[in-house]
Design a binder for this molecule. Structure first.
Ligand code: PXL
Length: 277
C-alpha cells in the first residue's frame, strides 16, 4: 500500500531546499506526501534580503483540521522549522499524530559549515535539542551536532569521531539513533556515522562542494526509504549514494552555490534504483 508521509518544513520559493525538494522526491519514491508548511520564504536564508512569513497560526489550524479527519501517517518527517513558536507547533503535531506505528525522522536543519543559519540562536538550539528526544532518529550534520552537544566545531576525522562518541549523550526519550552527516574520514572521505542501536559508517570521496539543500535532499530520500520499510542502513546508503551522485552532477552547473543541488534530472535514476531493490 502507498505509504503516507507528513512533511513539516518551510517552503522556500527559490533555492531547492525543504519542501521544494521533499515534494519532488517523496512522490517520485511512491509516497503520498502531506505537507505542513512552517513558513514561506522568498528564497532560503543564504540569499540576501529574503522575506519570511511565519505560518505558526495557520499550522495550528491545519493540525486542528487534520485531527478531525483522524489522519494517520506512516512517517512524520520534520525539517527546517524557523522559530521557537514553530518548534512548539511541531511538538504539538507529534502529540497529535506520532501514534504507534508512525516513525518520526527529524533533521534539526539549523546550521552548516560551523555556523547557525540566519535568525537562529542558542535558545533555538536548546528547543531543538528537546524536540530531538521526540524523534526515532535525527539527521544532524557535524555543525548541528556541535551545537546540540555544546562542542567546538571541527572538520577533521578525529573530531567527527569524538563527536560521534559524545553524541550518545543525546539518546533520550524516544530517540534511538543519531545519523550524523558530513562526517570526515581518513583518506579524504566524507560520509555518515550512525550512533545508537543500529550503528554503522558509510563514506564517499569528499567533494569540494558545499551548498544549501544538500541535507534536505539526503533527508527526503532517507525518509522515503524509511517509509517504504527499509532499515536505517539501507535507507541511509541509498540517500547518501543518490545525494553524492546529484552533487557530482551539480558541479557542472556554474550557479550551484545558491540554487541548490541539481537533482531533477536524476529523479528517473532514483526510481530505477528503487525498482532494483
Ligand atoms: O537547507 C536547509 C534550509 C532550509 N530552509 C531554509 C534555509 C535552509 C538553509 O539555509 O535557509 C529556509
Amino acid at each position: 500500500m502507498t505509504k503516507r508521509i507528513a512533511v513539516i518544513q518551510d517552503l522556500s520559493c527559490i533555492g531547492r531546499c525543504s519542501l521544494g525538494v521533499a515534494m519532488a522526491v517523496l512522490p517520485a519514491m511512491g509516497c503520498e506526501t502531506a505537507v505542513l508548511p512552517t513558513a514561506i520564504l522568498s528564497a532560503h536564508t543564504a540569499f540576501q534580503g529574503f522575506t519570511f512569513l511565519d505560518l505558526t497560526d495557520e499550522a495550528e489550524k491545519i493540525i486542528a483540521h487534520w485531527r478531525t479527519l483522524e489522519m494517520h501517517f506512516d512517517l512524520i518527517y520534520i525539517g527546517y522549522l524557523g522559530s521557537l513558536r514553530l518548534i512548539d507547533m511541531a511538538a504539538r503535531f507529534l502529540d497529535a499524530f506520532a501514534a504507534d506505528g508512525t516513525g518520526v525522522v527529524l533533521d534539526p536543519a539549523f546550521g552548516d559549515n560551523g555556523r547557525l543559519y540566519s535568525g537562529f540562536n542558542a535558545a533555538y538550539v536548546r528547543a531543538m535539542r528537546a524536540l530531538c528526544t521526540r524523534a526515532d532518529i535525527i539527521l544532524p550534520n557535524i555543525t548541528e551536532l556541535c551545537f546540540l552537544l555544546d562542542a567546538p566545531f571541527g572538520d577533521s576525522p578525529a573530531h567527527s569521531r569524538m563527536l560521534a562518541e559524545r553524541s550518545a549523550a543525546l539518546l533520550a526519550g524516544r530517540l534511538e539513533n543519531i545519523l550524523i552527516t558530513s562526517c570526515r574520514f581518513d583518506g579524504g572521505r566524507t560520509g555518515l556515522i550512525c550512533v545508537g542501536n543500529a550503528p554503522f559508517e558509510y563514506s564517499h570521496e569528499h567533494l569540494a562542494l558545499s551548498q544549501h539543500g544538500t541535507g534536505d535532499l539526503f533527508a527526503s530520500v532517507y525518509a522515503g526509504m524509511a517509509a517504504r520499510g527499509a532499515d536505517i542502513e539501507t535507507a541511509a546508503r541509498m540517500a547518501a549514494d543518490f545525494t553524492f551522485d546529484c552533487l557530482k552532477y551539480s558541479m557542472r552547473c556554474p550557479d550551484h552555490r545558491w540554487y541548490g543541488v541539481d537533482f531533477e534530472a536524476m529523479l528517473p535514476e532514483l526510481i530505477k534504483r528503487l525498482e532494483q531493490l
